[in-house]
Design a protein around this ligand. Structure first.
Ligand SMILES: *Cc1c(COP(=O)(O)O)cnc(C)c1O
Length: 215
């Protein structure tokens, strides 16, 4: 048994508790087999993150029936041709980054009468190669998501530039969420989750610090 995985999670939970902030921990289980994840499920952990649709289906379809508490978060780039499957298995999608994708999510949701909680992914540092809505597009994008498509947008998500101090991005994220009246902020990973929580994150996405290094 990999007790170290539970110990890692317990330690992080304690850190969050000490900060007296309402922040949930998404255990990012991508690349890890279900045997590695199972101890956390038996421990009662709720939120798990995956970044590939097919991997999520293969790993989680049965387990989700066994552990009803589980909420599955899609945190990776989502292709429109995978949306049908994604809508079925995931409870949250953190990577809504285009109107085309959002429209497809809306259609597939209506099809099966499900309403997923969604985050708009922001390209918070204006990086050329990175996914996400640019800050100057955010207002219009948010309006079309909510008014036109009637989607359940709960917050904003970002993956800051690794070359820069993420606290600048975190400050900006918080103020943008406040402006739109959005409650949830998905930011902070293994390297910067403590800062992220201080700056108002409500969902930290932690992989390495819980499961160890990925291959
Ligand atoms: C893999 C991944 C994480 C977790 O990263 P760690 O550094 O291992 O904690 C968080 N967010 C996204 C979007 C990821 O793809």
């Amino acid at each position: 048994m990999d007790h170290f995985i539970i110990d890692n999670l317990k330690q992080i939970k304690n850190e969050v508790l000490l900060k007296k902030k309402d922040c949930k921990i998404i255990a990012v289980s991508k690349t890890f087999q279900i045997e590695k994840i199972r101890p956390l499920l038996e421990f009662g952990h709720i939120d798990f993150g995956e970044n590939k649709v097919q991997e999520a289906i293969d790993k989680w379809s049965n387990i989700k029936n066994e552990f009803k508490q589980v909420k599955l978060h899609m945190i990776g780039k989502l292709q429109t041709n995978k949306v049908k499957k994604a809508v079925k298995i995931f409870d949250y999608i953190h990577s809504v980054d285009s109107f085309k994708l959002a429209k497809k999510i809306s259609n597939e949701q209506n099809e099966i009468n499900k309403r997923i909680k969604l985050f708009i992914q922001l390209n918070i540092n204006n990086e050329k190669q990175k996914s996400g809505i640019f800050i100057n597009e955010l207002n219009d994008f948010y309006q079309s998501m909510t008014k036109e498509l009637k989607l359940d947008i709960v917050g904003l998500m970002c993956i800051p530039d690794v070359e820069r101090k993420s606290t600048e991005a975190f400050t900006l994220m918080k103020s943008l969420c406040d402006k739109l009246g959005l409650k949830e902020i998905s930011m902070g990973m293994s390297s910067d989750y403590l800062d992220a929580i201080d700056y108002g994150s409500t969902f930290v996405r932690i992989g390495t610090k819980i499961f160890g290094k990925r291959d």
